[in-house]
Every structure is written in C-alpha cells, then in structure tokens.
Design a protein around this ligand. Structure first.
Ligand SMILES: Nc1ncnc2c1ncn2[C@@H]1O[C@H](COP(=O)(O)OP(=O)(O)O)[C@@H](O)[C@H]1O
Ligand SMILES: [Mg+2]
Length: 204
C-alpha cells in the first residue's frame, strides 16, 4: 500500500475486516512502523479480545510502543458535526505520529453524522493524506451496493471481502476493486482465516 493512501476494506460482518486491520498494523510494527487503531464503536473490549486472541502475528510488546489503540466511542456518541470526530483523531495522530492507521468501522458514523457524513469522509481523507499515512477504513456492505459507496469515493483503493455459500460450503475470498497507483491482480482470490490471520491464495 502506498504512502499516503486511503483504502476501503468492505464486507459483511465476519468477513475479516477487523482481522485485516490488525494484521496490517502488526505487519508494520514488525518492521518498526508505528500504527494507530481507531475504534469508532465497539470499545476497547473488541480490541483487547483480539489481542488476547490466538493470532500468531500479534506480539504483546507491540502495544503502546508501536501500536496504539484509540477508542472514539465517546466522541462519536456526542458528535453532531464532522469536526467532533476529526479533532480527537487529529490530536491522536499528532501525538503518536503513526505510519499506518486503521479506522474500524466507519458505518456507524453514517447514522450519527447524517448530512455531514460526506464532508467527514472528504476531510478525513485530506487529514490522513496530510499526515502521510497509509490508512485502512472498514465498512459494511450495504443493501444495494457490495460496498459503502460514499466511503469508496474518497478511497484510493477498495478491497472487498466475501464469505459466500457455494454448494453448502462457505468460501472466503478477497477482491481488489480498485487500487490507484499500483499494479495488482484483479478478480477474486481465495482467502483462508486462521491463527495466521488472512492468507490470500492468488488466482484460486
Ligand atoms: N483468534 C482467531 N483465530 C482464528 N480465526 C479467528 C480468530 N478471531 C477471529 N477469527 C475468524 O475471523 C473471522 C472474521 O472476524 P473479524 O475480522 O472480526 O470480521 P469482521 O470485522 O469483518 O466482522 C471470524 O469469523 C473468525 O472465523
Ligand atoms: Mg469487525
């Protein structure tokens, strides 16, 4: 993923969005890059749960030093305009100066910010770019589109995660819908989620 960039990771519940984010930040931490995880809702429990989990790529010593968790739950709860969420985000970014950022899960903000959501996305994208980070934003697929289209508009890349039933068997796959500025394998690729996180099998 290029710096700076904003990539939307979209998919239904349980397709591996949060795992993808954790893996992305841990991958950076492994090579010394700082990472910041913004939880829009769901609170620290989900994150803590992830990190006491059995994922092999998670190392407890990444915490605080290399990967910082920011719970935006309270800010989101009281938010009425874009700035109410963007201000604490900018403060956290300036304080820690991460190289990689994950924002999980943006879909709640759509309900909270209503008319200001589009402006939030535009300003968020500009903020992330100005800090020079590679960022992931997760979002759940909507009824009519396979991904949240408003978030897709501000993203340089869109990755879709699927978990579909084929002949009574659940099959996971990953699809790169767009990725500006890089060459990539198009089409769907088989995915497996294990203690190693997401493993992609290109071409399958
Ligand atoms: N510690 C773990 N080891 C192996 N697989 C896990 C672990 N935690 C979660 N998973 C698998 O990853 C899948 C995706 O979970 P998650 O990343 O939370 O999805 P999403 O954020 O899209 O809702 C889960 O359905 C589960 O099968
Ligand atoms: Mg999740």
């Amino acid at each position: 993923m290029p710096f700076p960039s904003v990539t939307l990771v979209a998919g239904d519940i349980g397709t591996g969005k949060t795992t993808f984010c954790n893996q992305f930040l841990c991958e950076g931490a492994r090579s010394g890059e700082r990472g910041m995880f913004f939880a829009i809702f769901g609170g620290p429990t989900e994150w803590t749960h992830k990190f006491t989990s059995t994922y092999e790529f998670v190392r407890p010593d990444y915490f605080e030093e290399r990967i910082r968790y920011v719970d935006l739950g309270e800010a989101v709860e009281d938010a009425s305009v874009a700035g109410d969420v963007l201000r604490p985000m900018e403060n956290a970014l300036d304080g820690f100066k991460p190289r990689r950022v994950a924002i999980d899960n943006s879909i709640v903000l759509e309900d909270v910010l209503k008319d200001d959501y589009r402006r939030f996305l535009l300003k968020l994208s500009a903020l992330l770019k100005s800090k020079g980070v590679a960022a992931l934003i997760t979002g759940e697929a909507c009824k009519d589109t396979p991904y949240p289209s408003r978030a897709a508009h501000v993203a340089d890349g869109v990755i879709l995660l699927h978990n579909t039933e084929v002949n009574l068997v659940r099959r996971r796959s990953l699809e790169i819908v767009k990725m500006s500025g890089t060459s990539h394998l198009s089409g769907k690729h088989a995915v497996d989620i294990s203690t190693r996180g997401l493993t992609v099998y290109p071409g399958l």
